[in-house]
Design a protein around this ligand. Sequence first.
Ligand code: PNW
Length: 453
Amino acid sequence: GSPMRGSGSRPFPPDFVWGSATASYQVEGAVNEDGRGKTIWDTFSHTPGKVHNGDTGDVADDSYHRYPEDIALMKEYGLKGCRFSVAWSRIFPEGRGKPNQKGVDHYKKLVDALLAAGVQPFCTLYHWDLPQALQDKGGWQNKDTAQALADYAGYMAGQLSDRVPQFMTTNEIDTFVYVAYDQAVHAPGIKLSRGELAQVCHHAVLGHGLSVQAIRAHAKPGTRVGLAEDYHACTPLVDTPEGIAAARIAMREENASIMNAIMTGKYTDLYLKTLGADAPKFTDAEMKTINSPLDFVGMNCYTATYIRPAQDERGYAVVPMAKSHPHAVSTWLFVAPEALYWGPKLSSEVWGIKTMYITENGCSGADTVMPDGQIYDTDRVAYLRNYLQNLQRGISEGVPVKGYFLWSLLDNFEWAEGYGQRFGITYVDYQTQKRTPKQSALWYKALIARNAL
Ligand code: PNW
């Protein structure tokens, strides 16, 4: 008979990379092992009142030791790709200087285990765990941090590129700048003025650009370089031609300080005009560096920024989320599955992106183990199915998305929310470190096996 809807009638491309994503501080633990230096997240999580329930990443999922078990899970699920991050302070405990061989060796072993399991490694170099020694010199407020990141990124890519084909410089500049330095909810938790904030953001995008150049200088030829960024998935609330045109303009302007600057080498006139005297100080040479060509763009996409047309100089307006708009356990995670259609489509069109990955997408829950030992995360399954249907629609229309990395393989340290919000498709019992696949893991495994929705 003919295949039924929901059982394989919406195919993904044959070589599509189905993966999962994690980050060093969120899963590794082992914070005092093998010469690792302190980071801003060690400091922040050990400062009373900063993280929910006083949680820290001291132990997390203990993946520093248990990575073979984690990779066995990836293999069990049929994953083709694994996005992980390197802890900068395991390589350069003080942020710069002499490399720590034990740290380098750890990631070589991790990557070799992934390759042995048939899983393609995608390596993020900076997922927010800035060495504390660099914070003591001003952190991202100090332009020297941009060069320090590049030096580390170049070194590490040189060490790993014989076995890692793709690197991402940074994860979510948007979050580690604005949530850390504006909302002061993430490390280092400093509230800056508007002008200082714009300068921090400039240093961060410069750090990305310098890192692209350093990776190309030190990695094996053919190594692919990109970044993972949670730029606004500008989505027309009403998908008329006018609504779509407004969303296109918004894609540039709402992402003016990071993605648009990276992709075009320019801050938009509107961005600079809006900031006025608070605009960042920059040179043409810096903008050229920030605009260094990329081999791919990684989009972290959890929710939409809804856009409507407006008859003013912007030409669009951001539509605020309704009070009753459904969200996951995370209050910022509004359910908007069509973001995974419009986000990749409009951004690839606006910026001429040839190769994209969804480097994160996922759903936080309050998962509980039922008496039969199972975790029935119906909310996560429904969320993922709806988002991936939208992604599939885009790909079938020619949007160049080559892979999808689900956040996350495991429940883990969710930053300021500690262990209170669970994003994993695998449940982690933090008392015993026992891993149990949730229903969403079984669903994901079935999807990967069929390569179709
Ligand atoms: C991303 N917000 O973080 C990160 O890349 C992951 O490390 C994280 O665990 C995951 O998404 C889930 O949160 C974000 O408040 C954290 O808007 C907070 C926000 C956005 C992204």
